[in-house]
Design a protein around this ligand. Structure first.
Ligand SMILES: [Fe+2]
Ligand SMILES: [Fe+2]
Length: 246
């Protein structure tokens, strides 16, 4: 985990977990192309922003990301509409199947153990991330993805509840991905990286294995959206060639 202070430069922050830079950009204090040598304290001073508030916001995103062992090349080579279909059919379908299961199994674990504090925290965190992800994937499917499909077919983008430009919903989805990364970090912390003791019950083992699969799938899902889909959608909106984008 990166140690943050008012003397940390943006360049140092960019070398930390990707969620840090995404959070900084979401404040509007720094944009791509600005001088990365500037210290966070100087940046706040020039905007009249309280550095303590910025550091508090950044701490929430200071969670090490598990980079999936994923070759992005096949997803960069896919047609844009095909990539959106792949994300829906693979990752969104998986979430719709696994989130109710994880909610039920963490509740059952809590009953099995007679209600410990850490298992109650695990159950609560799973319920929270399940509700957030359910809303998140609906938002993508009802607003952002239809816009991307319009861009892919070179037709005018039809307005959705998020307007008719992809930049706004993409920034919103990136922020929600950061919140999901924080929740995944919390799940790892609460379960000791999904560990099962030698005498753990079958329910415990199966739940930890499913949580670990869920974490891995989310890393791949977020990676494909943040690193491949979103940059390509923004390029398509700017009228740049899609095939070489990403
Ligand atoms: Fe998604
Ligand atoms: Fe997403």
């Amino acid at each position: 985990m990166l140690k943050l202070s008012a003397r940390t430069t943006v360049g140092e922050l960019m070398a930390g977990p990707p969620a840090l830079y995404a959070t900084l950009k979401s404040t509007g204090l720094f944009r791509d192309g600005d001088d990365p040598g500037v210290m966070l304290g100087q940046l706040c001073w020039s905007f009249g922003f309280n550095p303590a508030i910025l550091l508090m916001m950044l701490e929430g995103a200071n969670v090490p990301e598990v980079v999936p062992p994923l070759d992005a090349a096949p997803f960069r080579a896919m047609a844009l509409a095909e990539l959106v279909d792949h994300i829906e059919q693979t990752h969104h379908a998986y979430l719709r199947e696994v989130l109710p299961k994880l909610t039920a199994s963490t509740e059952a674990l809590l009953s099995e153990a007679g209600g410990t504090e850490s298992l109650a925290a695990l159950r609560d965190e799973v319920q929270r991330v399940a509700a957030e992800l359910d809303a998140h994937i609906r938002h993508e499917e009802e607003a952002l993805f239809p816009m991307v499909r319009d861009l892919a077919s070179h037709t005018a983008v039809r307005a959705t509840r998020c307007g008719d430009a992809v930049g706004g919903p993409i920034a919103c989805m990136e922020n929600e991905h950061t919140a999901t990364q924080r929740s995944l970090g919390k799940l790892r912390e609460l379960t000791g990286d999904y560990a099962a003791a030698a005498d753990a019950s079958t329910l415990w083992r199966e739940t930890m294995a499913e949580l670990e699969r869920f974490d891995r799938d989310m890393q791949e899902h977020i990676y494909k959206e943040n690193e491949v889909l979103f940059p390509r959608a923004l390029d398509a909106q700017r009228g740049q060639p899609q095939a070489a984008a990403g």
